[in-house]
Design a protein around this ligand. Structure first.
Ligand SMILES: Nc1nc2c(ncn2[C@@H]2O[C@H](COP(=O)(O)OP(=O)(O)OP(=O)(O)O)[C@@H](O)[C@H]2O)c(=O)[nH]1
Ligand SMILES: [Mg+2]
Length: 358
């Protein structure tokens, strides 16, 4: 029998075992778009099941793509490509790697498209990678589509990036553009690990545009918390919260993070993150108690974090007077300057400093 794959996530379809991955009811083959049970439940009931199939998308890329195919690397504009340093080494082999940054809609009020593009180019330089072209997704899907169309004669287009970066959402926009009507049969969701395998879609008679599973990032906050947390957490509303802060004060974010400003001049620290998180400022000496008290009455409760002691301490220091971002992968970033700090966050979360984006 011909092997069939789910049009939503790329998993191999089977009708034998309802509990195994890729199960599809035989009647579903009468539909135009055949989805596996997992995609169906996610689309219609918002129920997400973590897949046990783990594909390495960079390996898939090397096994399938030609050197001159177009590789579209999708990134979150505020995170950029920094967590991808290892993957970038392997992308050097390809001749046409372009960078497309999304979630710009969330930062529109804080940074112009020109400045955001400049920032992206600087970040790429810092990671020693030169992209052939840079785009920001900003109501310009037509421009991006035209670029891809003009440059993909007899070439396939692979869309890759970190888990949850927005690869599938971007592809649905491209497919909508092509079909001239809303097209969202590829399954996207707020949970990392939605797309399972390559999904090939005919672009013309001679080439494909291909969705791929995300590149895993162990240090992403979203990979360290429960599904329940993600379900209640709104990724798609960003708020800038600013604090005038003196040394020996702390900023606490819900029951998930504490930032101590130990030493330095009075300054304004701005946190860019989900508007669902509760942010509090308090005296450093009282911060442990405040943190633990917050856990008791928060609606947004991550059960695994029941005490400050569960968090890992990361000390850092900024010596010059420039503005930096303290990026916490999956949680947004703080804009801050000179001082001595301690960051307390979940063990294993990737946190790093960079020159400020905004
Ligand atoms: N605000 C905003 N949200 C976006 C954008 N692109 C994607 N998202 C959201 O980001 C989340 C992840 O999107 P997906 O398209 O499933 O991401 P993915 O990279 O395909 O994820 P995996 O398949 O798990 O690797 C979803 O909640 C999307 O709605 C964007 O440009 N702006
Ligand atoms: Mg996807």
């Amino acid at each position: 029998m011909e092997e069939l794959y789910c049009l939503g996530c790329g998993v191999k379809l089977q009708c034998e075992n309802v509990d195994d991955e890729g199960y599809v009811d035989p009647n579903a083959f009468n539909h135009e778009f055949v989805l596996c049970k997992r995609c169906y439940q996610l689309k219609h009931y918002g129920k997400f099941t973590t897949s046990n199939i783990v594909k390495n998308s960079i390996r898939l890329l090397h096994e399938n793509a030609k050197k001159d195919d177009i590789i579209v690397l999708i990134c979150d504009v505020s995170l950029t490509i920094c967590p991808l340093t290892k993957a970038l080494l392997e992308l050097n082999y390809f001749q046409n790697v372009i960078l497309i940054a999304n979630r710009y809609d969330l930062y529109k009020d804080y940074i112009s498209p020109e400045k955001a593009l400049k920032f992206l180019k600087n970040e790429a330089k810092r990671c020693h990678f030169k992209f052939k072209k840079y785009f920001l997704v900003d109501n310009n899907i037509e421009e991006i589509f035209n670029y891809l169309d003009d440059n993909s004669l007899n070439k396939d287009i692979y869309v890759i990036g970190l888990e949850n970066a927005g690869k599938t959402t971007f592809l649905n926009k491209i497919l909508t553009k092509i079909a001239n009507e809303k097209n969202d049969y590829l399954t996207n969701s707020k949970y990392p690990g939605t797309t399972i395998d390559l999904v090939k879609i005919n672009l013309t008679d001679n080439n494909y545009i291909i969705d791929s599973p995300g590149i895993k990032s162990k240090g992403n906050f979203m990979n360290l918390v429960s599904k329940e947390f993600i379900k209640n957490y709104d990724l798609n509303k960003i708020k800038a919260t600013s604090f005038q802060i003196n040394e020996n004060q702390s900023i606490i974010i819900s029951n998930i993070l504490k930032l101590d400003f130990k030493e330095g001049n009075r300054q304004t620290i701005i946190y860019y993150g989900s508007n669902m998180l509760e942010i509090t400022r308090c005296k450093l000496e009282k911060s442990k108690k405040t943190f633990n008290n917050l856990i008791k009455d928060l609606k947004l409760k991550e059960k695994s974090i029941d005490n400050l002691e569960r968090l890992e301490k990361k000390p850092f220091k900024i010596k010059d007077n420039e503005k930096y971002d303290l990026v916490i992968e999956g949680l947004g970033f703080f804009s801050l300057t000179q001082g001595t700090y301690n960051l307390y966050c979940l063990k294993g979360v990737n946190a790093f400093l960079r020159k400020s984006m905004i």
